[in-house]
Design a binder for this molecule. Structure first.
Ligand SMILES: Cc1cc2nc3c(=O)[nH]c(=O)nc-3n(C[C@H](O)[C@H](O)[C@H](O)COP(=O)(O)OP(=O)(O)OC[C@H]3O[C@@H](n4cnc5c(N)ncnc54)[C@H](O)[C@@H]3O)c2cc1C
Length: 302
C-alpha cells in the first residue's frame, strides 16, 4: 500500500466517504478538472484533525475544497488528497441573540436563509454567491459594497498538522479578497457572524433585489467561477476587458462572457488549458491596450 492508499484506508476507518481518482469537474462550478488522487469527506472536527495529523506525518499534500466556485482545477487533476467538509460542518445555529455560528461546509445560501428566517440582517449581500461559508470566509467574498469581513467576528480552524484554534478580529487580517487563512494554510471549520435584528420583509426584499441584479448582469446559465480577475485600483476588470473588444473571445471551449466580460464561461468541453490560454490573452491585451495589469481572483489547484 502506498501513502495515499494508507490514508484512504485510515479515513474509511474513521467513517469518511473515500474515493480514488474522483473527477474534479463534478466538484467545480466551472465543470473543469481532472481526477483527484484521493478525495475524502470529513464530517466533524475530530476526524479532520486526525486526517490532517496523518497526512502531515506521512507527507501527503492536502488541498481543501469548499463548493469549488472559485477554483480552476488542472486537466491532470489534483495530486495528493482533497478534503471536503460534510456532516456536522454543514450545521448552522443561533449563538446568542444576533450571532450565528455556521459550519464551514454549509453553503452561503443556507447561511443567508437561516439569517433571514431569524429576522437577522447583514448577510443579504452574499445571497447568490455560490460558495461555502468556509470558502467565503477564506476569500473574504463580497458583493454590492459589502463583504464577509464586515460580519465575521471569528473563525475556528484546524491546522495542517492537526491542531486547532480560533482567529478573531484583527487577527483575521481581512483585505480585498484575502484573509489570514490564505497565508497560514489552516482549514476553516466554522465561522461566527455577528448580525443585527431586522425586518424579515425588508431582508427578503433586499435579497430578491440583489439576486435580480446578479441575474441580469451575470451569465448564471453557463458554468463559470465568477469574476476571474480582482478589481484593479480605480477600474473594473470587466469594463477594461470589454473596452479591449474581448467580449466573446474564445480559446477552445472557454469564452469571455458576452453578458459580463469579467467572467470566463465554459461553453461545453472547456479544459483548464483553454481557460489558462484565454486568461493569458486577456491579461496581455489589457496590459498592452490600457497599461493595467490584471491579477487573478480565481484560485488554481493541481
Ligand atoms: C456565478 C458566480 C458568481 C460569483 N459571485 C461572487 C461574488 O459576487 N463575490 C465573490 O466574492 N465571489 C463570487 N464568486 C466566487 C466564489 O463563489 C467565492 O469566491 C466563494 O467564496 C468561494 O467559496 P467556495 O466554497 O466555492 O470555495 P472554493 O472555490 O472551493 O475554494 C476557494 C479557495 O478557498 C479555499 N477554501 C475553501 N474552503 C476552505 C476552508 N474551509 N478552509 C480553508 N480554505 C478553504 C480553497 O482551498 C481555495 O483556495 C462567484 C462565483 C460564481 C460561479
Amino acid at each position: 500500500m502506498n501513502r495515499l492508499e494508507e490514508l484512504g484506508e485510515y479515513a474509511r476507518s474513521l467513517g469518511c466517504a473515500v474515493s480514488f481518482g474522483e473527477p474534479m469537474n463534478r466538484h467545480t462550478t466551472f465543470r473543469i478538472g481532472g481526477p483527484a488522487d484521493l478525495f475524502l469527506t470529513a464530517d466533524d472536527t475530530q476526524v479532520l484533525q486526525k486526517l490532517c495529523r496523518r497526512s502531515s506525518e506521512t507527507g501527503v499534500r492536502v488541498t481543501v475544497l469548499g463548493n469549488g466556485s472559485n477554483l480552476l482545477v488542472s486537466d491532470a487533476g489534483i495530486r495528493g488528497a482533497v478534503f471536503q467538509l460534510g456532516g456536522k460542518f454543514r450545521e448552522i445555529a443561533l449563538c446568542g441573540e444576533t450571532s450565528v455560528r455556521c459550519g464551514a461546509g454549509a453553503s452561503l445560501a443556507s447561511l443567508c436563509s437561516f439569517a433571514k428566517s431569524r429576522s437577522l440582517t447583514g448577510m443579504e449581500f452574499a445571497w447568490g454567491i455560490p460558495g461555502s461559508a468556509g470558502g467565503a470566509a477564506f476569500m473574504n467574498a463580497g458583493a454590492y459594497e459589502h463583504c464577509m469581513a464586515e460580519v465575521v467576528s471569528s473563525c475556528s480552524h484546524v491546522t495542517r498538522d492537526g491542531g486547532c484554534g480560533t482567529l478573531r478580529g484583527e487577527d483575521l487580517r481581512y483585505g480585498y479578497r484575502r484573509s489570514a487563512y490564505a497565508e497560514n494554510g489552516c482549514i476553516v471549520t466554522s465561522v461566527k457572524v455577528d448580525l443585527k435584528r431586522g425586518d424579515p420583509e425588508a431582508i427578503a426584499a433586499r435579497m430578491d433585489e440583489l439576486y435580480a441584479r446578479r441575474k441580469s448582469k451575470q451569465p448564471l446559465e453557463l458554468p463559470s467561477a465568477g469574476s476571474v480577475f480582482k478589481r484593479p485600483e480605480g477600474h473594473y476588470a470587466g469594463t477594461l476587458i470589454e473596452q479591449c473588444g474581448l467580449k466573446g473571445r474564445r480559446v477552445g471551449g472557454a469564452a469571455v462572457s458576452e453578458k459580463h466580460a469579467g467572467f470566463i464561461v465554459n461553453l461545453g468541453g472547456a479544459t483548464c488549458g483553454d481557460v489558462r490560454g484565454l486568461i493569458e490573452v486577456i491579461r496581455e491585451t489589457v496590459l498592452r491596450e490600457t497599461g493595467v495589469e490584471l491579477e487573478c481572483e480565481i484560485k488554481t489547484a493541481e
